[in-house]
Ligand binder design. Structure first.
Ligand code: GLC
Length: 482
């Protein structure tokens, strides 16, 4: 790196750290999280709240920097917001749920936290991802501090148990994936991602693995067995049914329909005519592949969703071969997926009638904007972690270089619009915290790839759950802390 580049990289980091500092929310004198954005130039709406998903990149960065107290406080306070009793009122959040966001309110000089489980959110969307991210942050905290006793406290064991019960309960469908409504994750608006969207499945898998490491077996045998049974089924289901590369596309293209019974090959009755197969034939590099956005009855959403794919690489949900193919795809389709601002939240955009019908004519989600194929700098950290996991560091380096050219000057926008990501998002907040931490954290993964152990997992080795429970706590410690 040239001297002037070094000076400018340092300047960006210093300014980013100063902006991050301003985003820290204090509650009863203690730092408990970072607000979504500190942008005085536009209406705050709920951007002045701490979002669980937005805090993840702050949390990981703080852990790397040794500022573990903020993460600890965050975990303790959000745990208190989790409903612990069965709910009879269907308008109230279910037992075990973690809110989308929270804020400090002051009444009669007393501070308290107010949670939003989606009941105030635009379109009243359910934050399914919050409880999954919460577990991922808890496990990262334990990895960073080596303090397993923190997660072993009874209130944390109860919190983990309630999340697992909520996720593992038998519902109406018989897939190992999690069935959720539209807008249940980072894309918290209607975008045709109801059913079994990849983002939720990747986070579900990662959270199951985190819970498996943190849950004390004694007294939780049922849940541990439930997790051990679910993990291999979920992994196999995603690796098989969601995978798209040129070989798989060929198989799907020649699928027969209307197959009844156990021997059906085209199990979900996918009709090739529902897929943009000519586009994919052109777009898919020979060595590339990715996990589809969604799979359901006669449904294969072939859009590429970044968060779900990257978290699948990081958590080992995707196989080693698939992970390399995902990185190949990103490298070969750089202009589409990275462009002038890493990285597209999904690709391609929904356009025309499809946009109108699927989004409900949402003006914020017009083609190549916001969630509908806009570019989100926060995804940089997941890209960098995936690059470190797959030994493809140059991909992260190049993406960071691209982002650094703009972010500080543009005042850390929430997202960018356009096919190449050159337009600052039409309604993007400035000084968006996860944009700032997305860049800082990505750089940390580059400087020290070992930092990805906070979020990454080794390949699963399966043993009967009952046997795993025979180990005492000592061996669980070894499993988690290596
Ligand atoms: C937007 C995003 C959501 C994020 C929130 C706060 O609603 O879609 O993912 O958590 O802003 O930044």
């Amino acid at each position: 790196m040239q001297l002037n580049e070094l000076v400018s990289a340092n300047k960006i980091e210093t300014e980013a750290m100063a902006a991050l500092e301003k985003s820290i929310l204090y509650y009863q004198g203690r730092p408990v999280g970072t607000v979504a954005a500190v942008d005085d130039s536009s209406d705050a709406l709920n951007y002045d709240q701490v979002f669980i998903r937005d805090f993840v990149s702050s949390a990981l960065l703080f852990l790397i920097q040794g500022r573990t107290d903020i993460v600890r406080n965050f975990l303790e306070e959000t745990l208190k917001l989790q409903p612990k009793d069965r709910q009879l009122n269907a308008y109230k959040p279910a037992r075990g749920l973690i809110p989308a966001s929270f804020k400090v309110i002051v009444q009669n000089g007393q501070e308290s936290l107010e949670a939003d489980f989606g009941e105030h959110a635009i379109a009243r969307v359910t934050p399914v991802d919050s409880c999954l991210w919460w577990l991922i942050v808890l496990r990262a905290y334990v990895v960073a501090t080596q303090d397993l006793s923190f997660a072993y406290q009874p209130q944390f064991q109860e919190g983990i148990r309630l999340i697992m019960e909520l996720c593992l309960v038998h519902r109406f469908d018989m897939y190992p994936t999690l069935l959720v409504p539209d807008g249940a994750c980072m894309i918290d608006r209607r975008l045709g991602i109801y059913g079994h969207p990849l983002e939720i499945q990747s986070l579900f898998f990662t959270a199951l693995r985190a819970a498996r490491e943190l849950l004390i077996c004694k007294g939780n045998q049922d849940l541990v067995e439930g997790i051990d049974n679910r993990l291999p089924l979920l992994r196999a289901h995603i690796r098989h049914h969601y995978w798209i590369d040129i070989n798989r596309l060929n198989a799907i293209y020649r699928f027969k329909g209307e197959e009844y019974g156990k021997l059906a090959v085209n199990q979900f009755n996918i009709y090739a005519d529902s897929l943009p197969y000519y586009e994919l034939d052109k777009w898919l590099p020979r060595s590339g592949g990715y996990l589809a956005g969604n799979v359901g009855p006669s449904q294969l959403d072939t859009r590429f969703f970044s968060l779900g794919n990257l978290m699948a690489v990081i958590s080992d949900l995707a196989s080693e071969e698939q992970s390399q193919a995902v990185m190949n795809l990103i490298e070969k389709r750089w202009e589409d997926l990275i462009g002038d601002m890493p990285m597209k939240i999904c690709y391609p955009a929904l356009e025309g009638d499809e946009y109108r019908i699927v989004t409900g004519c949402d003006p914020k989600n017009i083609p190549w904007s916001y969630h509908n194929a806009g570019s989100w700098p926060v995804l940089l950290w997941m890209l960098a972690a995936s690059a470190a996991k797959t030994n493809r560091i140059s991909i992260a380096q190049n993406a960071i270089e691209v982002a650094e050219l703009r972010l500080l000057e543009d005042e850390w926008p929430e997202y960018y619009d356009g096919k190449k990501g050159r337009l600052i998002g039409k309604q993007a907040r400035k000084y968006q915290t996860w944009t700032i931490t997305g860049l800082l954290l990505a750089k940390q993964f580059l400087v020290n790839p070992a930092n990805i152990s906070l979020v990454s997992f080794d390949p699963l080795s399966f043993g009967p759950a009952s046997r795993a429970c025979e180990f005492d706590l000592g061996s669980v410690d070894t499993m988690l802390l290596g």
